[in-house]
Design a protein. Structure first.
Length: 218
């Protein structure tokens, strides 16, 4: 694998709907980093499983990942609660994770030349994908706040779902993501904890920016 030298790598892990994606995008823009929401890759695989159950196999996933473009991950169909729940099931499979792993490594260590580095968010980024990241963050919020935020997002997308259903599926996903045997969600000792429960997006962004600027002397 090609590794670009002297790039800035930011690794973020978080439970579902904690605000990591929004923050990661803002940070990536601020520091001109190539951004990847790794959850979207698992969501895309889950979506394929739901849409083509008969064709679904390791080989099928392999081929899809080989031709995967970042713009494919922007598909709104990936945002549904059903796809999220299925993603937390397929992401427990070791062979699937291995296929996704190499895609993520290339992204993290070999971002396009016009970017100064990379920023990835997910569940195992800080200790599995970019263990040598210059900055690591664990972004969280209490479960009810997260459920409310996700509920509002889904409502904007005109999805038919109640707050209670969203809360239930986030709790289920948390349980699975934190307790699974392979690459569970965890906060590493070297990650900075950011609790977004009572902070605005701007306040969270500034908190992270202060940490980064303090170390890279901008
Ligand atoms: O981040 P998002 O909620 O879109 O992720 C969907 C699911 O994909 C998560 O609940 C988790 O099970 C899985 N995932 C993972 N590893 C990652 C990113 C997401 O297992 N790095």
């Amino acid at each position: 694998m090609i590794k670009r030298k002297n790039i800035l790598k930011i690794a973020i892990d978080s439970p579902a709907a904690a605000g990591a994606g929004t923050l990661a995008k803002a940070i990536s823009k601020q520091y001109n980093l190539f951004y990847l929401d790794t959850g979207k890759i698992y969501r895309m695989i889950a979506y394929l499983k739901l849409k083509f159950p008969k064709k679904f196999s390791q080989n099928f996933i392999k081929l899809k990942i080989k031709s995967l473009k970042v713009k494919d991950l922007a598909d709104k169909a990936l945002l549904s609660d059903e796809v999220g729940t299925e993603a937390s099931i397929i992401s427990k499979v070791k062979s699937t994770r291995m296929l996704v792993h190499s895609f993520q490594l290339n992204f993290a260590y070999n971002p396009p030349k016009n970017y100064k580095g990379s920023c990835l968010d997910g569940r195992d980024i800080t200790y599995n994908i970019i263990p040598d990241a210059e900055f690591k963050f664990f972004i969280t919020a209490n479960v009810k706040t997260r459920a409310l935020r996700r509920y509002k997002e889904l409502k904007k997308l005109k999805k038919k779902i109640s707050y209670e259903e969203v809360l239930k599926s986030i709790k289920k996903r948390d349980k699975s993501d934190y307790n699974r045997k392979i690459s569970p969600l965890k906060k590493t000792k070297d990650s900075v904890l950011i609790n977004t429960t009572n902070l605005s997006k701007r306040a969270c962004f500034l908190k992270i920016k202060k940490i980064i600027d303090g170390k890279i002397n901008i």
